[in-house]
Design a protein. Structure first.
Length: 278
């Protein structure tokens, strides 16, 4: 595989606004597909196929691969590399606006996997869109900055633990498959990366009565990390007596900081607020 030659043929220029760093190592491609545990029954959605190196590796194993690409200058490169695959569809679009379920439904998929070398600048918005909007995704296997992977996997009470950690843990279980050095990309990024797996829960272990409220509680708790819950949760604009009662009901010490709470505790607190505020 020679990505550089393919890109030169089309006189392709990398665009910083799309965060383009293409995988240029065959061994890495095989490892990603293996980590995703692709089967011949799987429908896979890929975001940002770039030069279609991962796309082709996925198409070798999956029933169907749907690649969503925003940069139309890459289409000739993608179409040439994927010309021999009948189980491939290229979609022009913005992954922040596409209806993923509608794309997968054409192939009668009850659920689907997302496997992607995500542009770094859009990692968190894309991940949260999949989780919060209720798409029928069963698993995300994604390339992210190593620092972002550390945040996704952080434990309560640690510096890396934040609102994104708590939110992801509500929707699924997170693990790191392996780390990826920056040398395996064209062009070479300034940071190392990790492949992260998020397995979405079919039945959440802790169910929020009001998921929008849960997101507000988490956001408020982490809004000013140095503040105690008693102060940070003032951002919810609840009467003090209601907030005090909710913390008591959830058996959470108001003098704690939000970064010490597990997702189970956030759900308990959110549900207590929901019941008291009705």
């Amino acid at each position: 595989m020679n990505i550089s030659e393919d890109l030169k043929k089309e006189k392709f220029r990398f665009k910083k606004q799309f965060g383009q760093n293409f995988i240029s190592d065959d061994h890495l491609l095989a490892k990603i597909v293996e980590a995703a545990e692709i089967t011949p029954e799987d429908v896979v959605i890929e975001i940002g196929p770039g030069a279609a190196t991962l796309t082709a590796a996925l198409a070798e194993k999956a029933a169907q691969v749907i690649a969503i690409e925003i940069d139309k200058d890459l289409f000739p490169i993608i179409e040439r590399r994927m010309a021999g695959y009948s189980n491939f569809e290229l979609v022009a679009g913005d992954a922040m606006k596409v209806d993923f379920d509608a794309l997968a439904a054409k192939y009668e998929a009850k659920s689907y996997k997302v496997v992607a070398n995500l542009p770094y600048y859009i990692t968190t918005p894309i991940v949260m869109r999949f989780l919060e909007e209720g798409f029928r995704v069963s698993e995300l296997v994604i390339m992210v900055q190593q620092e972002v992977a550390d945040r996704f996997l952080a434990n309560p009470g640690t510096k890396a633990y934040g609102a994104i950690t708590a939110a992801i843990n509500y929707y699924g279980s997170v693990s790191r498959a392996f780390n990826v050095p920056r040398t395996m990309f064209t062009p070479r990024p300034e940071v190392d990366s990790s492949i992260v797996k998020i397995k979405c829960y079919e039945n959440k272990p802790f169910e929020a009565d009001d998921e929008k409220l849960l997101r507000r509680v988490i956001k408020a708790a982490f809004g000013q990390r140095r503040k105690t819950l008693n102060n940070a949760l003032k951002a919810l604009n609840l009467p003090k007596e209601e907030l005090d009662e909710a913390l008591k009901t959830a058996e959470i010490d108001a003098s704690l900081r939000g970064e010490t709470l597990s997702i189970e505790e956030f759900v308990c607190l959110s549900n207590a607020i929901s019941k008291i505020s009705k």
